[in-house]
Design a binder for this molecule. Structure first.
Ligand code: MLT
Length: 405
């Protein structure tokens, strides 16, 4: 007799952003005349830049010609893209990541979800709280998180590292030592960053305790301040304790096109000396058939001179929105953070309201969609996230509506 995986049943019926989408769909159906402004999920609104589109057209033509047609892509990624990433992303940072330490994928969401598979069932994870829900949910699915406490919103076998206004949304090194530590900077959802010295402390801590850090750098292109690391491999010793996740979604607008990569240095081994690079290669080769050739050529074009100039313009566009939102919320009397090195603005909801109360209030009264902080974890209660990935006009209008409440 077949039985569903019980661990999946421990989770709410739908993923955070699916729950929000359902609520918004119900509101839209009941209020068809209202213009909704969506600043909830971090989905881009600007079209792919011309350099990327040109590369897509060219690669599509190659696929139409018998002499240049390609079938299955290499499961770890085409050499041209891996080399481009090593040279254009990691070398300028002064890091020595090699092309064959880069695993091309269909995006950082699936890599951040799947990476836990190469560790044992009893691996103890530590996460920031609030946190991108994928890290916790996938460990719940893997049966690693213990039991859920409805009152606290915590899983018994997860180490939570609160990120609050009091610590500048930067987690403290946990006293109970984890095996696997998930860090994301610039942070989703708070928009906070750490300095290179702070990140170095994490690398030293992980090396000392034989822990591994999964470092999600999906938002690094939004860093505007000096002294904020773009990659964990800028830190000394990271090659022996860190895995880095990267995405083309946020730096080049590939949310619908799908492309990302994971970096696993060859020096990274488990406590018995097993190569995690080899395990991930085995997993990737077995479960993934390679990102499409056309899309990998598109990714390569991001790093051409034109591609760099054009994608920087997109990022500047979104960061202009971030400033509009940040300043608008401040003017409306909210306590606000983020939005300087990240496309997310994190605000405190009015006294007496929960994050979900505020979600309903904003949707009903201003027809603006955001993301309730509690959806990212218990320390997110009382907070709310708005994204800068909307259009400029909508960002301005959303602020006008919120100021008028
Ligand atoms: C978010 O809104 O947190 C992200 O866009 C979701 C994602 O990248 O999967």
């Amino acid at each position: 007799m077949i039985h569903a995986n019980e661990d999946y049943l421990k989770l709410p019926g739908s993923y955070l952003f699916s729950t929000i989408a359902k609520k918004v769909a119900a509101f839209t159906e009941a209020n068809p005349d209202k213009k909704i402004i969506r600043l909830g999920i971090g989905d881009v609104t600007q079209p792919l830049c011309p350099a990327v589109i040109e590369a897509i057209h060219k690669a599509t033509d190659e696929m139409a010609d018998g002499a240049t047609f390609r079938g299955y892509a290499p499961d770890l990624g085409y050499e041209f893209l891996r080399t481009t990433i090593a040279e254009k992303v990691f070398r300028p940072l002064g890091t020595d990541i090699a092309a064959d330490e880069i695993f091309v994928s269909d995006g950082a969401k699936s890599d951040s979800a799947n990476i836990q598979e190469i560790f044992t069932h009893d691996t103890k994870i530590a996460v920031c709280d609030p946190v991108y829900p994928v890290y916790v949910d996938t460990n719940v699915m893997a049966g690693r998180t213990g039991t859920y406490d409805e009152t606290t919103g915590l899983w018994s076998n997860v180490i939570y590292m609160p990120c609050t206004a009091a610590n500048g949304y930067s987690p403290e090194l946990p006293k109970e030592v984890p095996d696997l530590i998930y860090l994301c900077f610039p942070n989703n959802p708070t928009g906070a960053t750490v300095t290179k010295a702070q990140l170095q402390d994490w690398v030293d801590y992980a090396n000392k305790n034989h822990a591994v850090i999964v470092y999600d750098a999906a938002y690094e292109a939004y860093i505007s301040e000096e002294g904020v690391p773009h990659s964990i491999f800028e830190c000394e010793g990271a090659r022996t304790c860190a895995i880095e996740l990267r995405s083309f979604s946020k730096n080049a607008g590939f949310t619908g096109t799908r492309l990302g990569y994971t970096v696993i240095p060859k020096d990274l081994v488990d406590a018995d000396g097993v190569s995690l690079h080899s395990l991930w290669a085995r997993r990737h080769g077995t479960k993934f058939n390679g990102a499409p050739y056309i899309i990998q050529r598109a990714g390569e074009a991001v790093y051409s001179e034109e591609g760099q100039r054009q994608t920087k313009e997109q990022i500047a566009y979104y960061m202009k929105n971030a400033k509009v939102i940040y300043d608008g919320l401040k003017a409306a009397g909210y306590t606000v953070s983020g939005g300087v090195n990240a496309p997310y603005i994190w605000l405190q909801v009015p006294q007496g309201m929960t994050s979900w109360d505020f979600f309903d209030y904003l949707l009903e009264k201003a027809n603006v969609v955001g993301t309730p902080g509690s959806g990212f974890g218990p320390s997110g209660e009382g907070y709310f996230r708005l994204t800068a990935f909307g259009t400029y006009e909508n960002s301005v209008e959303a602020m006008e509506r919120i100021k008028a409440l």
